[in-house]
Design a protein around this ligand. Structure first.
Ligand SMILES: [Zn+2]
Length: 410
């Protein structure tokens, strides 16, 4: 009943806040864009992605396999029990340390693939990291994951102990609240762990960007510059945070490499996200989605065959943490194409916003070319990969949209 209501809510949010019909990006324009892109740029992007593919899919498969084996056999429950034993089988030790050990197992097995990926990034000149800084990043990521994971695990199993009947309702509300809080504090608590942010230096470009925001009716106090160059040569920008923590961030690499008109095109895209409140949309979808997932977990918890298979008595006991991780892994894989689809629609809308705001499709196309060249994009990725994982329209789609705009097709 509650699950049904949440799924309806999810559908309503998606229907209202996600643009279902995108701006035109005719395939003929895409093919023309493909022909106009320098052949070596296209080939290098394709080669780079071909080199990454075995490691990416390998890590995905291996990670999923481990999660499924641990969760859908009694192995995971036994590990949790063993981890909790030195602590007298305390539920906190089982839930938190058990959860950490299970996640760490998956991380350790896929670690060589992550290192392989980094060697490819370096081979292609995209990474500027040393192994030392790479490792520090990895450990910081584990640290952040551990803190958030501990909050989630303590919350879930703690509430399940306090309210054996109605835990699912409290956990659903708590999980949704956690998503909102994380989205809010992300730019001020988590991003600074990985990067330094400084206000964009005074000058004509800064003035132009703030004027652009003003003209767009999007109040922007500041544009921040991230020291992305400590990690990558890639160019990017993004919007994060909610309300008072909302900010537009550009990579220092973008300011260094791109001429002013192209930086403006990028910022105009980000202003589109800010104006349409896409971070709010993402947060709402995440919050309602996670609440629905908790209700689904509760219902799955009455499936005794599955519980027996996982070697647990109830889905709300700490020994079931492996089963929960397995279910989360499955949910992630199944929902990936839907999440990617929603993301692509939202990104296409931000692209259309950039075209309308700058009214400079030529600069937008040059910017897309520069991004494709520097970031080694696969400008026209394989169909299945695109449907499963692409968070943005392809480069040829984005250039095609700019050309359609230039012809007056909106
Ligand atoms: Zn975007």
């Amino acid at each position: 009943m509650a699950l049904g209501a949440l799924l309806v809510a999810l559908a309503v949010i998606a229907a209202v806040r996600v643009p279902w019909s995108g701006p035109p990006a005719p395939r003929a324009d895409q093919l023309a864009a493909m022909r106009d892109l320098p052949a070596d740029v296209v080939a290098r992007g394709k080669a780079f992605h071909a080199a990454l593919r075995p490691g990416s899919y390998g890590a995905l498969l291996l990670g999923a396999l481990i999660a499924l084996v641990l969760g859908f056999t009694p192995l995971g429950a036994r590990i949790v029990e063993a981890v909790g034993r030195p602590f007298g089988g305390s539920w906190i030790a089982e839930a938190v340390l058990g959860g950490f050990v299970l996640v760490l197992l998956g991380e350790l097995v896929t670690l060589p693939l992550a290192a392989w990926r980094e060697t490819i990034l370096r081979q292609y000149g995209l990474s500027t990291q040393t192994w030392g800084s790479w490792l520090v990043d990895l450990l910081k990521g584990y640290g952040v994951g551990a803190v958030i994971g501990a909050i989630a695990l303590l919350g879930f199993f703690g509430i399940a102990r306090l309210a054996p009947q109605w835990w699912w309702a409290w956990v659903a509300a708590g999980a949704a609240g956690l998503v909102v809080v994380l989205s809010f504090v992300f730019p001020v608590l988590i991003e600074p762990i990985f990067n330094k942010f400084e206000p964009m230096p005074e000058g004509p470009l800064r003035q132009n960007l703030l004027a652009l925001a003003e003209r767009d009716g999007v109040p922007v106090r500041d544009v921040l510059v991230a020291d992305a160059s400590r990690r990558t040569t890639a160019l990017n920008a993004y919007v994060s945070g909610l309300g008072p923590t909302r900010r537009i961030v550009v990579y220092d690499t973008l300011l260094r490499e791109a001429p002013a008109a192209e930086v403006e095109a990028v910022v105009a895209h980000e202003l589109g996200h800010a104006k349409e409140r896409d971070v709010v949309t993402g947060t709402l979808i995440g919050a309602v989605g996670v609440a629905a997932a908790v209700c689904a977990v509760y219902l799955i918890g009455s499936w005794t065959g599955l519980l027996r298979r996982a070697g647990v008595e109830a889905i709300s006991e700490p020994r079931a943490v492996a089963l929960l991780l397995a279910l989360a892994t499955l949910a992630g894989i199944v929902s990936a194409p839907v999440q990617s689809f929603i993301s692509r629609r939202i990104e296409a809308r931000a692209d259309a916003h950039a075209l309308a705001l700058t009214d400079d499709p030529a600069a937008v196309e040059l910017m897309e070319r520069r991004l494709a060249t520097t970031n080694l994009s696969d400008v026209d990725p394989p169909r299945l990969e695109y449907l499963m994982f692409a968070s943005h329209p392809s480069v040829v789609e984005r250039i095609a949209a700019a050309r359609a705009y230039a012809r007056g097709e909106r």
